[in-house]
Design a protein around this ligand. Sequence first.
Ligand SMILES: Cc1ncc(COP(=O)(O)O)c(C=O)c1O
Length: 369
Amino acid sequence: MGKKPKQGRVLPRSIIESGRKPTAWKPRRGLVRLSHSRQKLFDRLMKLPGNTALRELNLLPNGNRLLVKMEHQNKPTGSHYDRVYPHLLWALERTGINPNRFVLCETSSGNATPAFGYFSRRLGYRTIAFLPAELSETRKNLTRQQCDQVVVADSKKHGWGVFGAANAMREALEKNKAERQTDPNTKALWSVNHSQVTESIHAIRGLAREIIRQLHGRQPDYFVGIVGNGTILYGVGKELKRRFPRIKIIGVETVERPVLHQAKHPGQYEIEYGKNPPTIGEMAGQEFFAPGTGALGVDFPHLFDAARICSKIVLVSRREMEEALKELSGKKFQVGHTSAMSYVAAQKIASRTKGKIIVGIFYDHINRY
Ligand SMILES: Cc1ncc(COP(=O)(O)O)c(C=O)c1O
């Protein structure tokens, strides 16, 4: 069996400063060969997600067409993360992680941890999820249903949003390390850390390939992707760009948390809004609006790569998002905040162009908020 792979850092300083590369899980001694029955279990789990529809929404002006991948209908837990975890866990086991010696942990803004818990549980792992203090109770409960233990960050001690959740996880990892020094029988806490590893980019390739197949030869002009941790924006954007080199990749963020916008268009926010964007410290006490986008204070290495392939970052205000939610719900699309933000971005693009094909994603259902 291969030795434990090298663990990536949990919380570096800031996305704009560090320029850090994602971690790749590497065994110290050769990849582990999984038993036939274990591999069959993984094969079964990998078949659960995917094959979501690519639907055309006749909602754009100027003869522009919007094609949306219905990732909120993914199985088993209802987001694009259903595609990510079977692959991540398979890759981890190949490097030597197994349920006998390891407990898995993960952070999330509400979609990753339900999928993480669902798949890990079926593979026999005990799981711990670390969540932002400000996440809605609905979102916390989705994770509670799938994970063995949920630790909600203490906003005063750990900080706001995803930053707080990552700090709470780091604290637990350090505590576990100390415990193992005194009791070598204690299981090691292993942070899957989906947002930091190259394997999540490999895992999401299937989504891009489905989109390409479902386009049936049509050439998309734009892909609008939420700037979360970069799994979708870079993972899907990169594959689409490889197949359609002229496509423009557009990142979408909230006006409140313009993380990649700051890196991509420095100084522009200050000119447009007449103020600096809020810092993580200034977010204290504020609601966690639009989970899954603009994680202040946490370094996401895929966003550096995303910045390279993105033509532009579009900012969406809370009012615009709320109006879009109402409009989409009126058309029977009961989707969540980031789906509505993607729709707003598509409308903004469509107002300035004619006869283009815009591809977007519906990430999750409104009942998850
Ligand atoms: C609701 C929602 N939308 C969009 C995203 C962005 O996805 P990613 O960060 O995986 O690219 C996330 C990520 O957590 C999310 O929860």
